[in-house]
Write a protein that binds this ligand. Structure first.
Ligand code: ADP
Ligand code: MG
Length: 586
């Protein structure tokens, strides 16, 4: 995964469009924020008025005046409460909606990413990014505009009021602000890098847990529980170290703020006191002044507290962007057309291929011609590139050089959806989704009728064993199909292809986990399925490919032998040796 780092500006620029849909809520939120701020700022003014008037001439303050001021204050508090309620409810909902939108975008993007991406990315890392990391974005999306806005107006208004009460004192206080901001910014920057590391380490931890839990059978078989614990403890310890670092920065940050706000109070206390003794500020004014300085400091404190949330949010957005900015390596060409009812003629023209990030060439200048409707089998040593060859036809990977043609057209000219839609592939490593057997077969053609699903299962030789299970088609297969045997899983994945019923079929060791008897039955069905369709079969058991129109022997040197069974036996080459060895082992 590309762990590109983004500048704060870039993060804001990319995040801002998510507010577009919720403009109204956002404006209302800011409006309410302004209301609550104004309400809060009026209170010290009332206090100032009462104190100054009382000290000047106690008789001038009637109970009526105080009561009206009380009513005014109460009214303002009600407005404040309503506005706060709106902010807290709608503001958070807006944040949650943005989080949902972002998660959707990330998930949709993940669906488009190629095998290469998944080969190089830990699932645990992705999981963290689209779940936990985005939780922080909800808070951020809601609080960020609001907090900055409130802080902005509070600081400006406080400053104006403070300057009005006493300008020299105010200037003294505000001298502390740039200094404080400077120190805070440095610490903030450090905090971001610590949060980044923290998130990344959580991802690593997730990936480690996932890996060892999924591999629990291997762990048990080798009694490596202790080894797993040690590996886990290492990652867990690293996480603790990073957390410690984060807390150290946070503590430094909070202490700095405390230091500075102490300094501000000190200025007000000493300078304000001297000013009062000298008669340069009235007692009521000093009281109001103190209250405003408290408001100001509270605002700064809030911003500081928010700094942590801000950094978490920023890290969350950054990790989100690292997903949505991951290259979609395999995509539709701009002028791609729909592939409709292909005849199924496939040719490889001087195809070279190497896995990205791995510079070992699997094929060099491979030429291969498969006629429409032909049944071609590939045999060869393990690691010879059979699976890789199968993966190139549906464009799970793109060729490095040369091209693959389908009905005379480069496969890149077809839309991925229509190309893959016309190919049925039973992959070597069968994957079942957690759910029922029925759902897993129906995955081959979403929306298929029950009858079709059962029919497909019958043809794949799966119906009988399914009916033998307690819940039949409604049996849960467990995560990744753990509750089924290898052969049963294989038959379900074959049933998917029967249901899909595509014109081109690729079977990558599709019957390898079946016993001889069921293989015979399934092979018969597969024979029927491949009737009149282009079929590419890879099999390690040579008996199942004897009847192929053509057999290719694929080794590290490319296709080294080619012909039907009898021809290859006559050649007495590699195929002959394979066949003899297999027979000798029987
Ligand atoms: P076969 O199916 O004939 O056993 P494969 O096509 O699976 O062989 O593998 C061919 C070669 O490509 C092997 O050397 C293997 O190590 C390599 N290979 C397979 N998959 C990948 C991958 N995802 N990334 C890098 N190399 C791979
Ligand atoms: Mg293989």
């Amino acid at each position: 995964m590309d762990n590109k780092q983004y500048s704060t500006r870039e993060l804001f620029r990319r995040f801002a469009p998510y507010f577009k849909k919720y403009r109204f809520t956002l404006w209302m939120d800011l409006f309410c924020a302004a209301l609550t701020t104004v309400c809060e700022l009026v209170l010290p003014l009332i206090m100032r008025y009462i104190t100054n008037e009382g000290l000047r001439d106690l008789a001038s303050l009637s109970v009526k005046t105080i009561l009206s001021l009380g009513v005014l204050y109460f009214g303002l508090r009600i407005v404040d409460c309503i506005a706060s309620y709106y902010m807290s409810d709608m503001g958070h909902v807006m944040g949650a909606k943005i989080e949902t939108d972002m998660r959707r975008d990330a998930y949709n993007h993940l669906q488009k990413l190629s095998n290469t991406y998944y080969n190089n990315t830990k699932v645990g890392q992705i999981m963290g990014r689209i779940t936990n990391d985005l939780f922080d974005v909800t808070e951020f999306a809601h609080h960020c505009p609001e907090e900055f806005f409130i802080a902005g107006i509070k600081t400006v208004i406080s400053f104006i009021i403070l300057a009005n009460i006493n300008l020299p004192l105010t200037l003294m206080i505000f001298l502390c602000v740039p200094l404080m901001c400077g120190v805070c910014m440095i610490l903030n920057f450090r905090m971001r890098s610590a949060f980044r590391k923290q998130r990344n380490q959580i991802g690593e931890l997730n990936a480690r847990i996932e890996d060892s839990l999924l591999g629990h059978k291997v762990v048990k078989a080798f009694t490596n529980e202790e080894v797993e614990n040690v590996k886990f403890e290492k990652d867990n310890g690293t996480f603790l170290d990073i957390k410690k670092l984060t807390y150290r920065y946070m503590a430094a940050f909070n202490t700095t703020v405390k230091l500075f706000d102490g300094l501000m109070y000190l200025v007000v206390l000493v300078a304000g006191g001297i000013f009062m003794v000298n008669g340069r500020i009235a007692a009521g004014d000093l009281v109001a002044y103190m209250l405003y300085v408290s408001t100001l400091i509270a605002t700064i404190r809030r911003i500081i507290e928010f700094a942590e949330q801000f950094q978490r949010g920023m890290t969350g957005i950054e990790r989100f962007l690292q997903i949505v900015d991951a290259d979609i390596e395999i995509f539709d060409e701009p002028d791609a057309i729909e592939l409709k009812d292909p005849k199924g003629e496939i040719s490889f023209e001087k195809v070279s291929f190497e896995y990205p990030d791995d510079h070992n060439k699997v094929f060099t200048d491979l030429n291969l011609q498969i006629h429409a409707g032909e049944k071609v089998a590939i045999v060869g040593p393990s690691g010879g590139g059979k699976t890789t060859l199968c993966n190139l036809i549906p464009r799970f990977y793109d060729v490095s050089e040369g091209r693959i043609l389908l009905d005379g057209q480069d496969i890149k000219h077809f839309t991925l959806k229509s190309l893959r839609g016309n190919i049925g592939i039973v992959q070597q490593d069968v994957y079942l989704f957690s759910g029922t057997i029925y759902e897993n077969i129906a995955y081959g053609r979403p929306g298929a009728s029950k009858e079709d699903v059962i029919n497909a299962a019958k043809r794949a030789g799966a119906h009988e064993f399914i009916m033998g299970l307690k819940d039949g088609y409604d049996t849960y297969v467990g995560e990744r199909g753990v509750k089924l045997s290898g052969g049963q899983k294989q038959r379900i994945s074959i049933a998917r292809v029967f249901l899909k019923n595509p014109p081109i079929i690729i079977l990558d060791e599709a019957t390898s986990a079946l016993d001889n008897e069921s293989e015979f039955a399934v092979a018969k069905s597969l024979g029927e399925l491949s009737e009149g369709r282009t079929t590419l079969t890879i099999a390690h058991r040579l008996s199942s490919i004897r009847n192929s129109d053509r057999i290719l022997v694929l080794t590290d040197d490319g296709i080294v032998e080619e012909g039907n069974h009898d021809q290859l036996m006559e050649q007495k080459g590699i195929y002959y040796q394979f066949y003899e060895t297999a027979n000798a082992l029987k």
